[in-house]
Design a protein around this ligand. Structure first.
Ligand code: DC
Length: 227
C-alpha cells in the first residue's frame, strides 16, 4: 500500500476540513497541522499590541519576529493543541470573535503570508502530515501527494459556526455569523496572493451532501489508493 506522505486539505471556513484532517491524521498516525492557527496567532498578537489592522508594515514585521509554537495539549478542555505566542498560551484567544473578524485582513498581507508559508513548508516537508488551510495544495505544498478541497454552501457553514458558538456559550445571531462568513469568503477568495481556490489536481468534495463519516471514508480510501 502506497500511502501519501503529505495530504493537503483546503476549503472555506467551517467546511469541516479540520474535523476531516484530524480524523485522517488519527487513522494514518500522521501529524495534524491546522495552518489557520498561525494567521490567527498573528492577528491576536497585533490586536494585543494595539496595532491598527491597516498597519500592514508593522503587522508584517510582527509576523517575522513572532514565535508561534504548537504543542501537545496540556489541558483537557476541548483543545487539540496548545498554541503559544512568544511563550504565552493563546489557544482560546485565537478563537475570539475579534480575531474571527480581523484574520482575513491580516492573512491577505503578502509579507505575513511569506513569513508563515516558509514555516509551514518546513513542517510539511518532513512528511507524515495532514495539513489544513486555504492554499496548501496550491502554494504551501504544491507537491503534496493527495490534495482534497472540501466545500459546503455558505448557509450550511454559517449554521455550523453558529452552533459551535452557541455551545461555547456565546451570545450571537445567525444573521451576523452568515454576514461575517460571506465577508471572509470574499476576502479569502479575491486576495492577490494565494487566494482560496482548489488546486487543479485536487479532489473536490461537497459536505452539504455527505456526512463527515462519508467524507472521511471516501478520503481515507483515496489515501489508501482505493479511489
Ligand atoms: O481556517 P481558519 O478559519 O482558522 O483560518 C483563519 C483565516 O486564516 C482565514 O481567514 C483564512 C486564513 N488562512 C489562510 O489565508 N491561509 C491558510 N493556509 C490558512 C488560513
Amino acid at each position: 500500500m502506497n500511502v501519501p506522505h503529505t495530504i493537503a486539505i483546503d476549503g472555506p471556513a467551517a467546511s469541516g476540513k479540520s474535523t476531516l484532517a484530524k480524523r485522517m491524521a488519527h487513522a494514518l498516525d500522521y501529524l495534524f497541522f491546522d495552518t489557520g492557527v498561525m494567521y490567527r496567532a498573528i492577528t491576536c498578537a497585533a490586536l494585543r499590541a494595539g496595532l491598527s489592522m491597516d498597519a500592514e508594515d508593522q503587522i508584517t514585521a510582527l509576523s517575522e519576529r513572532a514565535q508561534i509554537d504548537v504543542q501537545t495539549a496540556s489541558a483537557d478542555d476541548g483543545r487539540d493543541n496548545d498554541i503559544l505566542l512568544d511563550g504565552v498560551d493563546i489557544t482560546w484567544d485565537i478563537r475570539s470573535p475579534e480575531v474571527d473578524s480581523n484574520v482575513s485582513v491580516v492573512s491577505a498581507y503578502p509579507g505575513v503570508r511569506a513569513a508563515l508559508t516558509a514555516q509551514q513548508r518546513r513542517i510539511g516537508q518532513r512528511g507524515h502530515v495532514v495539513m489544513v488551510g486555504r492554499d496548501i495544495g496550491t502554494v504551501v505544498l504544491p507537491e503534496a501527494d493527495l490534495k482534497l478541497y472540501l466545500d459546503a454552501s455558505v448557509e450550511e457553514r454559517a449554521r455550523r459556526r453558529y452552533d459551535e458558538r452557541l455551545n461555547r456559550g456565546d451570545e450571537i445571531m445567525l444573521e451576523v455569523v452568515l454576514a461575517d462568513m460571506r465577508m471572509r469568503d470574499e476576502i479569502d477568495s479575491t486576495r492577490a496572493v494565494a487566494p482560496l481556490r482548489p488546486a487543479e489536481d485536487a479532489v473536490i468534495l461537497d459536505s452539504d451532501n455527505m456526512s463527515i463519516d462519508e467524507v472521511l471514508a471516501y478520503s481515507l480510501g483515496l489515501a489508501r489508493g482505493e479511489g
